[in-house]
Design a protein around this ligand. Structure first.
Ligand SMILES: [Zn+2]
Length: 466
């Protein structure tokens, strides 16, 4: 016992002499080495044979014959393909009621939040490691995911769908209501899901409020839509002055504006006034293609707009007005697919599912299938990875919550957000969930994509059936 005491005393003395002993233990890098795989890097039209070394949460090396560092966890990929985790370019985790009216009238924020958390985990388990939310959510779920309290993708939130609120002069605490906005008579406004702002000044206030509460980019509705009750899709809702105002605020934060825009007038007005991503962009044509290139801008399109099954969507099925709107949009956008094939724009994957968990899963699976059918597997895979990886990084360094590395690519320095699939995704999109059935799909659990063997986010393995 005496001998033991003296040994313990010696250890304690050594530790006290060198306080870095524990710190060094804690900071020692951890390694994972993925072997026996091909790699699809997010951009190329072919696979390459390589190992992938991960140091902590980042990719360290991608090449053939890497020697495992001491203590590395070796993952045998069993001849599968390593590819980037998928990125949703335009989702709505919190718009999870049956219709927009159902969300406004029947769902409290706590219910929406719980449903959103369940959806977030299911989408992560389906391979979506990053999610750009196109409006309707705050940052509570994102922060909880980042803190490891619940599982889900990295989230780039837009805050409320849309002054100087949130400035150096703003002494409110985080949850103090903003009187100009929270006097609004909608649940969506009270819960910072959707703000009504009718002047450049009001728009600026709303944008600043979103940034104050952690939005990474601002989402505006510069044309009408089909799911909503009162607006024709042809409506050009925001003037050039309105758009300039919100872009000015986004620029001040080093960030950018994404805009819902169907009509060509709305699309061109947005691009001419500094909007960086056009959402839906349904009247895409040669002029828009040239303008996107000139402005270094992107589009994201929900390809289900071009599905023969779309009139089975709840909001179209249950609303004669939405059905009428859809019929006229179908005629106006008949050249979209041919134009995308011809001009090959930088187009991000956009699922845009509203509704419950099963809606989210079946619409994502069907969107991947339909995109493959319309534009080919490589175009679809790039839209799901490297193109959306560029889009989320439009946020700029200052506000980017995930500033350590690139997203949507497999290369040294990028985040270790990776999938291993049992085959070649360039030839088979069912490996990432593609399903030709939509409303009559049998439904599945979040992690039930048989060909997707491993899901890793930030270097951590969430699914492994290898
Ligand atoms: Zn949307």
């Amino acid at each position: 016992m005496k001998k033991l005491n003296s040994i313990l005393g010696l250890v304690v003395a050594l530790v006290l002499m060198n306080p870095n002993v524990f710190a060094q233990e804690k900071n020692a890098p951890t390694y994972k080495l993925i072997t026996n795989v091909n790699v699809w890097d997010g951009t190329s039209d072919k696979l390459v044979k390589a190992d992938v070394l991960i140091e902590n949460n980042l990719i360290k090396e991608v090449k053939n014959g890497i020697t495992a560092p001491k203590g590395a966890t070796v993952i045998d990929g069993k001849g599968g393909t390593v590819m980037p985790g998928l990125i949703e370019g335009h989702g709505h985790l919190y718009l999870n009621g049956l219709t927009l009216a159902d969300i406004e009238n029947n769902k409290g924020y706590d219910e929406l939040a719980i449903r959103a958390a369940v959806k977030a985990e299911a989408h992560l388990m389906s391979g979506f490691t990053t999610w750009r939310d196109a409006g309707g959510m705050g940052t509570g779920l994102k922060k909880s995911i980042d803190a490891g309290i619940v599982n889900g993708p990295r989230i780039y939130p837009s805050g409320a769908l849309i002054g100087p609120s949130g400035s150096h002069a703003d002494f409110r605490n985080y949850t103090t209501p903003n009187e100009t906005m929270f006097g609004a008579h909608t649940s969506a406004a009270r819960n910072a899901m959707s703000f009504t702002a009718d002047s450049p000044e009001a728009i600026k206030t709303a944008a600043r409020q979103n940034y104050m509460q952690g939005a990474t980019q601002i989402k505006i509705m510069s044309s009408g839509g089909i799911a909503s009750q009162f607006d024709p899709w042809q409506l050009n809702a925001f003037s050039a002055e309105d758009i300039k105002a919100v872009v000015e605020v986004a620029d001040a934060y080093g960030s950018y504006v994404m805009s819902h825009a169907y009509s060509k007038t709305a699309i061109m007005r947005c691009l001419d006034n500094g909007v960086k991503t056009i959402e839906h962009c349904l009247m895409f044509d040669e002029d828009v293609a040239k303008k996107l290139v000139e402005k270094g801008a992107y589009m994201t399109t929900n390809v289900t707009s071009f599905s023969p099954l779309i009139d089975q969507l709840d909001y179209i099925r249950t609303s004669p007005m939405s059905k009428k709107k859809y019929e006229s949009a179908k005629i106006a956008t008949k050249d979209f697919v041919a134009n995308v094939k011809k001009y090959q724009p930088k187009m991000g994957f956009n699922c845009d599912a509203i509704g419950d968990l099963q809606n989210g899963i079946t619409q994502a699976d069907y969107s991947i299938y339909l995109s493959g059918e319309l534009f080919g597997n490589l175009f679809t895979l790039k839209s799901l990875t490297s193109v959306n990886g560029e889009i989320v990084k439009l946020v700029g360094d200052v506000l980017d919550p995930y500033f350590e590395g690139d997203l949507g690519v497999v290369k040294p320095g990028a985040y270790a957000d990776l999938l291993i699939v049992a085959g070649n995704p360039l030839e088979d999109l069912t490996l990432i969930g593609a399903n030709e059935k939509w409303f009559d799909a049998s439904g599945r659990a979040g992690d039930d994509i048989p060909g997707m063997k491993l899901v890793m986010k930030d270097g951590k393995v969430y699914k492994n059936t290898l």
